[in-house]
Design a protein around this ligand. Sequence first.
Ligand SMILES: [Fe+2]
Length: 429
Amino acid sequence: MRLEDAILKLADSGEVGRKVKKGVGMLAGGLMDIAFPFLIPTQDVVEGPGSSARVAEILKRNGGTKALIITDKTLHELGILDTMLKGMEEAGFPCAIFDGVEPNPSIENIEAAFAMYRNEGCDCLVGFGGGSSMDACKGVSLRVAKPDQTIKEMGRLMGYFPISFSLANSKVPYIVAVPTTAGTGAESTVAAVISDHAIDKKYTVTDIAMRPRTVFLDATLATGLPPRVTAVTAIDAVSHCVEGYISYGRNPRGDEWAVKGVRLVKDNIEAVMKDGKDLAARQNLCTAAYAGGQCLNMETTGYIHPFCHKIGAKYGLVHGRCIGAVMPIILEDYGEVVAPRLARLAVATGIADSNASQSEQAKQFIQWVRDFDAKYGIDPYIPEIRDEDLDEIADSIMVEIFVYPNKKVYTRDEIKHLLKVIRGDYANA
Ligand SMILES: [Fe+2]
C-alpha cells in the first residue's frame, strides 16, 4: 500500500483518525519549533526599487558563469525582466531564458526548463515572476541535483520530509529568486507546488536545499500588476501569516513575521490599489509577502491551503482567489478553538478593537478579510465545486493536512459540508 493510501485510510477512520491526526499535528508543531531554525538554510535579501539590476553581481560573486532565467511569457513580453537583463549585459554575465512557465507550473514545464539548462551549459538559476516561476525554478534545481529522480518521485512522500537534505545540498545550483507579485512567499519557502495535469493533482515537493540563496524584493517589477492580481496575491500573503499563527506550529520567530506581514498588507493595500505605482507602498507589500513566506517555513499552514490547493488544481482557479473565499469560512468554522490566537493577531495588527472581547476580536479579523474580498472584487464563494468531486477533494485535503500542526481536525463529512459552504450553498441562509 502506498504511503498516501495508508495515511488516507487512517485519517478517514472517523473519531480514531481525528485523534491520531490531532496528535500528529501537535507533535509536528513541537518538532518544527525545535528543528526548523537549525535546518532551514539562511538567505540573503536585497531590498529596494531597482534592486534586480544587481542579480548578475550576486551570481558572479557566488561562482556563477551562466544563468538560466525561468519565467513566463507575459513577463518576458512586457519587458519586466529588462532591468535585470540590462544589469547582466553591463556585467558581461550570459544567460538563457526559459519563458514557458504556466500559471500552475507543471512537470512538463520543469522538464523543458531542465533540458534548456543542460543544453545551454548553465550553472545557476534565476526564478523570476510569481510563485509559479519560482516553484518551477526550485523544481529544476532538484532535477539538476538529482537527474535520475523525477519530480513525481520527489513528490512521492508528499513533501513531508526534507528528502534530499544531505544529498542535494552540494549539487543544487545557486538560486536567485526575483518575485514580481507580492503574495506567494515562494521566494522564501523550502517547498514547490507542482501540478500533475494528468491526474489534476498538485505535488508539494519539499527540500531545504532548494531554498533560494538570495532574494531580490524590487517593487518596480510589480508596478504594472493589475489591481485584481495585487489583491489576490496580498490576501494570499495574509493567509500565510495567519495559518501558522493559530496552529500548534506557532513560535515567537514566526509570530513576529506574521504580525509584520498582516500589518503591512493592512496599512498598504489601499494605497497600492489606488496608485499601482506607489513604490513605497508596493515595497511594503513585497516585504509582507516575504514575511508570509517566512511564516510558511516556520509555522506551516492549516486547512485553508489544502482546500485551496485541490480546488485550484481541480478547476484551474487562481490560488489567491480560492484563498480569499476559503479563508474566512474556515476561520469562522474553527471558532473558539483558534479565537484567542486570532484575536491576538487582530489586536497586534490594529485590525480589532483592543477593548472588545476575545471572540469579538477574532470575528473582527474574519470580517476584515470579508471586507477585503468585497472591496477588491474577490468572490466570496467558489461555485465551480461539483457534487461528484467532493470525495476526491476531501481525499486530497485529508492526506495533505495530515502532518500539519492545525488545531481543529475535520472528518470527511465535515470537509464535504465545508466544501458546500465554500460553494455558496448556504449563502442566503
Ligand atoms: Fe498560499
